[in-house]
Design a protein around this ligand. Structure first.
Ligand SMILES: C[S@@+](CC[C@H](N)C(=O)[O-])C[C@H]1O[C@@H](n2cnc3c(N)ncnc32)[C@H](O)[C@@H]1O
Length: 219
């Protein structure tokens, strides 16, 4: 089974310039250079100690001028001509804030939010992106969503289910997505047994019905 970083790396296409925003360790940047996918790479992070980890890992590439390292919030100080931007491992609301506050919108985005993926999907549409790929994957007991979005590309608008679960998941019904639904059903059943408030129980029951519907419609 591929690791989270393997899945993300494999999804990034060769590109003229690449920025990993919130890079922390800098592993993806290193692989971008060493694989030959990109020779103009930026690593950025809002936290200086995090960025220092990437600078250490990428020392020889920074020295050679192949990697630029920038300590900043989101995309604020990143070169506005950068072609491909990765934002991975942050909450969806932080990702949305970064995109909304950015002085420019990159042509290609790869996003791997840790939560609130539905909100990220909506924000991408609002900002003028078309979502090209949108799927769930599994690594080390966790499910992750990966979105690839291209600026200015028109795609059929998402419906509410697609915003909640992702178009490729609903269309493709991969084993990983089915396992995710089974996992969510079991977690939600656990909540339903514990919850005391009537309103919360109603919401949980609705959620369970929807999860079961999607799973049963497709099995
Ligand atoms: C959990 S790490 C993820 C590291 C890496 N992207 C990955 O997916 O493995 C999140 C990183 O995002 C950084 N970060 C959080 N908010 C940020 C922001 N607004 N701008 C830039 N970096 C940010 C944090 O400092 C941290 O290094």
């Amino acid at each position: 089974m591929k690791s989270r970083l393997d899945v993300i790396f494999d999804e990034i296409q060769p590109t003229v310039s690449f920025a990993d925003v919130g890079c922390d360790h800098g592993y993806i940047a290193k692989r971008m250079i060493e694989s030959g996918k990109c020779s103009n790479v930026t690593v950025s992070d809002v936290s200086a100690p995090s960025l220092q980890k990437a600078e250490k890992l990428l020392y020889k590439y920074v020295k050679a001028g192949v990697v630029k390292s920038i300590c900043c919030d989101g995309l604020t100080l990143v070169d506005k001509n950068v072609q491909t931007v990765l934002i991975a491992g942050m909450g969806g609301e932080e990702i949305i804030k970064i995109l909304k506050n950015s002085p420019f919108l990159p042509p290609i985005l790869l996003l791997q939010p840790m939560k609130n993926t539905d909100k990220v999907r909506k924000a991408l549409f609002d900002l003028g992106y078309g979502i090209i790929k949108d799927y769930i994957f599994y690594d080390k007991n966790k499910y992750y969503n990966l979105l690839v979005a291209h600026f200015g590309v028109k795609v059929e608008p998402y419906n509410e289910r697609e915003f909640a679960f992702g178009r490729d998941n609903l269309n493709g019904m991969s084993e990983q997505f089915k396992n995710y639904l089974r996992h969510e059903i079991s977690v939600t059943e656990g909540y339903a047994k514990r919850v005391a408030c009537e309103k919360s129980l109603q919401e949980i029951t609705q959620k369970l019905t929807l999860l079961r519907e999607i799973l049963n419609e497709n099995s």
